[in-house]
Design a protein around this ligand. Structure first.
Ligand SMILES: *[C@@H]1O[C@H](CO)[C@@H](O)[C@H](O)[C@H]1NC(C)=O
Ligand SMILES: [Ca+2]
Length: 227
């Protein structure tokens, strides 16, 4: 290892624990409320995004609003953000604009969520537990900025920081995938059933991430699919 690489890795290990792992069957547990505990997801986004689909499972008993997925670009807050306002109310932000989709749901039940956005039409979709919500539209013709900082557990108000305890996530997150395409309804069902088509930006089965603070990886013992 050359000297520079050595010091880079020393610095990195001081900041958090870097891992690249297959997290199948596991969940990130955010066990307490804070303005610091979070996971950085490391993704290569080199070109602006015109199409995207993000899916994840989440389990939380919070009743206040919280961030599920926070993607900021340099100087661009809320470039891509999933923010849960309250039970049954999901906000998608693209380039600081927002749409809201609503669904009847049990506030204490685990949830599988997919959201997609297509620049050419501006159409935003939410799929909750495999069911499509009413489509909305925003930012037609826009492109999501590349080179993001992606954070789970906290909502960024700057590039990689400025967290607010009252928007933090407490609970468990699993099976997170991000594609640079809009998945078809059939593909969304495959993701829901845990057979996702190969994701090209973030892949739970080969995830590059950095844990900061009190976040623990544990087996996922819950499911929103009634077996
Ligand atoms: C995004 O999707 C549209 C079709 O909806 C396609 O025409 C366009 O080429 C896609 N853009 C990229 C960068 O893949
Ligand atoms: Ca923000």
């Amino acid at each position: 290892m050359d000297k520079l690489l050595f010091w880079v890795s020393v610095l990195t290990s001081l900041q958090g624990t870097l891992s690249q792992t297959d997290l199948r069957g596991k969940a990130f547990v955010f066990p307490r409320e804070s303005s610091s505990d979070h996971v950085n997801l490391i993704a290569e986004v080199k070109k602006p995004l015109q199409n995207l689909t993000l899916c994840l499972r989440a389990y939380s008993d919070l009743s206040r609003p919280y961030s599920l997925f926070s993607y900021n670009a340099q100087g661009k807050d809320n470039e891509l953000l999933i923010y849960k306002e309250k039970a049954g109310q999901y906000n998608l932000y693209i380039g600081r604009s927002k749409v809201t989709a609503k669904v009847v749901e049990d506030p204490l039940a685990p949830v599988h969520m997919c959201t997609s956005w297509e620049s050419s039409t501006g159409i935003a979709e939410f799929w909750i537990n495999g069911k499509p919500l009413v489509k909305k539209g925003l930012k037609q013709g826009y492109s999501v900025e590349p080179h993001p900082k992606i954070v789970l557990g906290q909502e960024q108000d700057s590039y990689g920081g400025s967290f607010d305890k009252s928007q933090s996530f407490v609970g468990e997150i699993a099976d997170l995938y991000l594609w640079d395409t809009v998945l078809s309804p059939e593909e969304i069902q495959l993701v829901y059933q845990d057979s996702p088509p190969s994701p090209n930006i973030l892949n739970w089965r080969d995830l590059n991430y950095e844990v900061n603070g009190y976040v623990v990886t544990k087996p996922r013992v819950w499911s929103e699919i009634l077996l």
